[in-house]
Unconditional design. Structure first.
Ligand code: FAD
Ligand code: SF4
Lengths: 763, 326
């Protein structure tokens, strides 16, 4: 790892180990590796019931009647509930409350929850659920997103029309005029299949009825308060009667932003007066959360012969499936970041989010920026080839730099210049040529399947650039809350950090402790369990928690430090000479007293996108990652071995090198999955592969070693100058890998995932 | 999952008798396929007769260079046996290319042979499927079939058999030992698995209550020169799109004998007899391999979306033979 010096000086020189900037071991790491970590599916209470969800087998149907009598009579069953039993408001949703808690008179996707059963054993509950008689009038599903959006004769999924959001972006001069001035024009239609978050811990949790008529919920989620704001109205309870505690989260990647079993378990618990646990199995999990939007994208670019882009035009159609979820914001990202970090004088983007009867889609790592990135980077390669230019040079010529505007008019600030990042990437050493003799099978396409010993194998190299917004955008007043408490326990200064932020595996618990150590100079830091007894921390998404909750912990620590210094002065009659001195005298200065401060941290305001032109400073922070992929392709059998992935990423400030590298490796692997294998196959609105036997995710044999070059161009508005880092690598790895396969095979490859049949079938 | 009874008999005879006690009795090997299908509601046995612990769990080398393999031998153990690794690499390679280490440790040889198709419609009880519900129709023919059969399919079913091991055993012409209600018998491979015809619900020629107790792999001296190659969508832990098991006997640049079987292309592991015939006595060159492959693949009748399997199979066959003959 090479580093350029951080532009923000560290404010305090902490003498302690374990502060900001160090690779600290994660407190949950060993437990997770040894299988001792308690996930939400491990929750257990004596005498608890098991809840099961009956789901629609049809993507679209009217419900004529639901007969629960036989299920209710089943021995061991304590409750069977339908939409009629929802105690409060019957709909929920992240942005539009369009999703019924349980289906009302119709179902709009395969797997939509229709009824709930609670019984003394999960198998009893399942059998009883099978006895619920639902009389469906099956209708033809609406599955073509383009038709749903544009054909006025197409039936509607919801009464108010099939377009959830249309966001245009119009920048610079007239596209038609620019087209006339272009020497070279290229156009293409791209497709991205449905990717799943494929987290390993299925949706699960426990609801315990409270004596006050409220409920205690132990759930694995990304944003406890957003859950709460949706759950409480549906349960007909005031928010203070819904007490939420974070249970062990087994991965999220966006798939836990929407509710799954939360309201259901609470309804069953409130009805039966007993604790109720719900655990989805793997198959149900595929129906229990939203996926990444599949996309169909039509692009046209024009350039002059000397390699300058003159216009870009794009139509991006994102299939949001049956309910809105976060589709509006996904569309916002696709539109605003739709042509990437390039300087283009005339831009027209139209991004649409559409309702269909396909599986609901919402948040997934990269959030709306992933799909467009595959398209615009493929276009950059096309155009470079049409102009006879090297793909890196062509990108450098057109790169937007600090001071340049994106398609929305937002000016890039405080970040590494893209041309330099690309230069560094290209200068990185290449992996060695394939050694014809004595090679390890695992290093060849097909791996241990023994498909080749080098015959038919061609090497290819490809590049990808991606830009992602960090934190929430479009005018959302985002904040996080932290409570920091300093006291003397057993003669030793101890800090307790309490937030409601979700640790979803990204390492936030480690980081919060590092920040507290650096800011307060105290060795012993405890992280309180996340619950809603402290204010909202916002979601563990949008690469925002280091920025937002890290920022909140930092400002709360600053407030504690100020009081600590003041107390020192009061008691000792002089200010402390240093933080270390203040901490050293803390036991006598503080005694039995406690310093307890809660702070909110807000980022600077952003603006809504103009509905007609899309122009706005809509994003809080922007982050770029660039990838180089080197692949060996068995062009005869269609098998791909990614030999190496190299990445350059600007993170502002390296808070924890080990965690950071983990994020870049992981994001890159998820991009590799999208490039080569991950797809939920849907036909006629029905999912074909709801299992990990049939939905393929990369294994360690598919993921190559990585070469990283991490830059620190500090953003002065962000705590420590940091830049969110979790998502950008997910964007650029996919187009880089596909570009490398194109380089090796000479094929056009306009759709991801690229499967063996797409390569082998065409030679 | 439906309720079921569970029995663990002491020997093969007792197992067969136990299985006759219930109308929907099934044998349970490692359970790696059957239990999944029970969870999905595809298999609904009323009695499980656990045969994974029966005493036929050894591998024995016969005096003449053959192998006797017990039906309860674990896939991992068979793959690791020196007589398999040394003398029959294609069998070891086929086994090791399948599933994961954990699954191979649990899976039995008999269970592997009788594992059921991965056709997505077969596994989804909300869909029609002739194999699951005879006469309900085959949605794969018009629907999603990019990974289904190009050879030997019928208008009633286009599924493929998923086993890798069975492809290698078919190339060897292994014999399957069966203990059934009517006594013992032997079934040669190919011959255990059926083509779908108009009865796709029947995977094999076994009768109800038939128990697989073991296999004989007769000596095939040139099998030390054999290979299994498998094309799949990720580097490990995935089923075959197309696979080839081949053994080649070349003398003075001429193919004296060969054994070739294909996987991922048909309802049964597919012995490429036409290919073998076309190759015997021909010069060991890529040209002959390609011609011989075409002799077999001329029989192929691809569906709308799986024609890519023909060139894919041809290339893997030619490559595998070229490696063995080269
Ligand atoms: C994730 C995953 C990936 C896989 N990938 C592959 C792969 O790539 N290639 C591959 O070849 N396989 C693969 N498999 C399948 C695996 O090889 C089979 O599940 C396994 O071999 C079955 O053996 P078992 O002993 O567990 O059989 P079981 O599941 O116990 O039984 C399977 C069938 O055989 C019957 N049966 C069992 N024993 C006998 C007997 N003695 N006599 C008569 N009938 C019997 C059972 O009644 C049942 O119908 C995969 C499986 C999984 C779960
Ligand atoms: S191919 Fe066979 S298994 Fe698949 S749906 Fe058709 S009948 Fe069923």
């Amino acid at each position: 790892m090479t580093m350029t010096p951080a532009k923000v000086p560290r404010e305090l020189d902490s003498p302690l180990d374990g502060g900001v900037g160090e690779s600290r071991r994660r407190p949950d790491g060993t437990l997770k590796v040894t299988g001792e970590f308690a996930y939400s599916s491990d929750l257990w209470l004596e005498g608890m019931l098991w809840g099961v969800t009956l789901r629609s087998p049809h993507p679209r149907a009217r419900i004529r009647s639901i007969d629960v009598s036989e299920a209710l009579a089943h021995p061991g069953v304590e409750a069977v509930l339908t939409h009629e039993d929802v105690p409060g408001f019957k709909f929920y949703g992240l942005e539009h409350k369009d999703q019924p808690v349980l289906a009302i008179d119709q179902v709009r996707y395969q797997g939509e929850p229709v009824a709930l059963v609670a019984a003394d054993h999960p198998e009893v509950a399942r059998r009883a659920a099978a006895k619920i008689k639902v009389d469906y009038e099956v209708l033809t599903p609406i599955t073509d997103a383009r038709r749903a959006a544009f054909d006025p004769d197409c039936e509607k999924v919801h009464e108010d029309g099939n377009v959830v959001r249309h966001q245009p972006v119009i920048f610079g001069g007239d596209v038609a005029e620019a087209r006339a001035g272009a020497d070279v024009i290229v156009s293409e239609t791209f497709e991205v299949g449905i990717q799943d978050q494929a987290f390993l811990g299925p949706e699960s949790g426990l609801a315990v009825p409270g004596e006050d008529g409220g409920v205690d919920l132990y759930v694995a989620t990304q944003w406890m308060h957003s859950d709460l704001w949706q759950i409480a109205p549906c349960l007909g309870l005031p928010e203070e009667k819904v007490r939420m505690t974070m249970a062990g989260v087994g991965g999220a990647f966006g798939g836990r932003e929407d509710l799954s079993m939360q309201i259901h378990a609470a309804m069953l618990a409130m009805r039966t007066g007993k604790p109720v646990k719900i655990v989805y199995n793997r198959e149900e999990s595929f129906f229990g959360h939203v996926h990444r939007h599949p996309a169909r994208m039509r692009y046209e670019y024009g350039a002059t012969r000397d390699g300058k882009l003159v216009f870009a035009e794009a139509e991006i159609i994102l299939d949001g499936g049956a309910y809105a979820s976060s589709t509006p914001n996904v569309v916002g990202n696709a539109a605003s970041l739709g042509v990437g970090p390039y300087k283009i004088p005339s831009i027209r983007v139209d991004a649409y989010g559409v309702y269909t009867n396909n599986p609901p889609c919402g948040a997934m790592r990269g959030f709306g920026a992933v799909q467009a990135c595959f398209a615009y980077e493929s276009m950059m390669d096309r155009m470079a080839a049409a102009l006879g230019l090297d793909p890196v040079t062509f990108r450098q010529i057109n790169a937007a730099h600090p001071g340049d505007a994106l398609a929305t008019g937002q000016v890039l600030e405080h970040m590494a210049p893209l041309a330099e990042m690309l230069g560094r990437l290209k200068a990185m050493p290449m992996p060695p040529e394939r050694d014809a003799a004595g090679h390890d099978l695992r290093e060849l396409p097909g791996g241990v399947s023994n498909t080749t010993h080098g015959e038919g194998v061609r090497r290819g190299v490809g590049y990808g650039v991606g830009i992602k917004n960090i934190c929430f955008s479009e005018g959302f007043d985002d904040y996080s809350t932290a409570r920091v408490r300093l006291s003397i326990i057993g003669g030793e200064p101890t800090v307790l950090v309490h937030t409601s932020a979700a640790e979803v595996g990204q390492g936030l618990v480690t980081l919060k402790a590092q920040i507290a150590r650096s800011e307060l100079g105290v060795r012993r830091v405890t992280i309180a369990p996340a619950d809603n007894q402290v204010g909202s921390a916002g979601s563990s998404s949008a690469s925002r928690q280091s920025y937002m909750t890290g920022g909140a912990v930092k400002v709360a620590c600053e407030a504690v430090r100020e009081r600590m210094f003041k107390l020192f002065e009061e008691r000792l009659g002089r200010p402390p000479a240093s933080l270390a001195e203040a901490v050293e005298h803390l036991p006598e200065v503080l005694g039995d007293e406690v310093i307890d401060e809660t702070r909110e941290f807000h980022h600077h305001r952003t603006e809504r996108m103009d509905p007609v032109t899309g122009q706005a400073n809509s994003h809080t922070q922007l982050a770029i990652c660039v990838h180089r992929a080197v692949v060996d392709v068995d062009v005869e059998l269609g098998l791909v071995k990614v030999v190496e992935l190299a990445a350059v990423q600007d993170v502002g400030k390296i808070m924890n090198p080990l965690s950071l590298e983990g994020q870049i490796h992981g994001g890159t692997a998820q991009g590799l999955g999208l490039a080569l294998m991950e797809e939920i196959v849907v036909a006629d609105g029905k999912v074909r592969n709801p299992s990990f036997t049939d939905y393929l995710i990369p294994t360690i044999l598919d993921m190559p070693p990585m070469r990283l070059d991490i830059l620190e161009y500090a953003d002065p508005r962000a705590p420590y100058g940091l830049r969110g880092a979790g998502e950008p690598p997910t964007l650029s790895s996919t187009p880089a890998i596909v570009a490398a396969i194109r380089d090796a095979s000479g094929l056009a490859l306009t759709r991801v995932p690229v499967r063996p049949e797409h390569i082998a079938g065409s030679s | 999952m439906r309720p079921f009874a569970y029995r663990r008999p002491a020997d093969a005879r007792a197992a067969v008798e136990a299985a006759l006690d219930a109308p929907r009795a099934m044998y349970l090997g490692g359970g790696t396929n059957l239990v999944d299908l029970m969870r999905l509601g595809v298999a609904e046995p009323d009695l499980l007769v656990d045969v994974a612990g029966l005493p036929y769990d050894t591998i024995r080398e016969t005096g003449d260079g053959g192998l006797e393999i017990g039906g309860a031998v674990r896939n991992s153990d068979l793959a690791a046996h020196p007589a398999v690794r040394r003398d029959r690499p294609m069998l070891a390679q086929a086994l090791l290319s399948a599933a994961s280490g954990q699954i191979r440790n649990a899976a039995t040889v008999a269970g592997n042979l009788l594992q059921r198709t991965r056709c997505a419609y077969f596994q989804d009880v909300s869909k029609p499927c002739n194999k699951r519900i005879p006469g309900s129709g085959c949605p794969a023919i018009e629907g999603d079939h990019y990974n289904l059969a190009i050879l030997g399919h019928s208008a009633h079913c286009v599924a493929t058999h998923p086993s890798d091991m069975a492809v290698a055993l078919t190339a060897f012409g292994a014999a399957v030992h069966v203990e059934g209600p009517g006594g013992r018998r032997e079934i040669g491979m190919p011959g255990l698995h059926r083509l779908p015809g108009d009865r796709p619900e029947v995977d094999t020629v076994l009768d109800p209550g038939d128990l697989i107790t073991g296999l004989t792999v007769r000596p095939l001296p040139f099998a030390a020169r054999s290979r299994y190659r498998k094309v799949r969508e990720r580097a490990s832990f995935a089923f075959a799109l197309v696979s080839v098991a081949a053994a080649l006997d070349v003398e003075d640049g001429t193919v004296r004998d060969c054994r070739v079987a294909l996987g991922g292309v048909a309802h049964a592991p597919w012995r490429a007899e036409r290919l073998e015939e076309a190759l015997r006595g021909r010069p060991a060159t890529e040209g002959s391999y390609a011609e011989a492959a075409d002799a077999e693949l001329d029989l192929a009748e691809p569906l709308r979306d799986n024609a890519y399997k023909i060139p894919l199979a041809r290339k893997v066959i030619v490559r595998t033979l070229a490696e063995l003959g080269g």
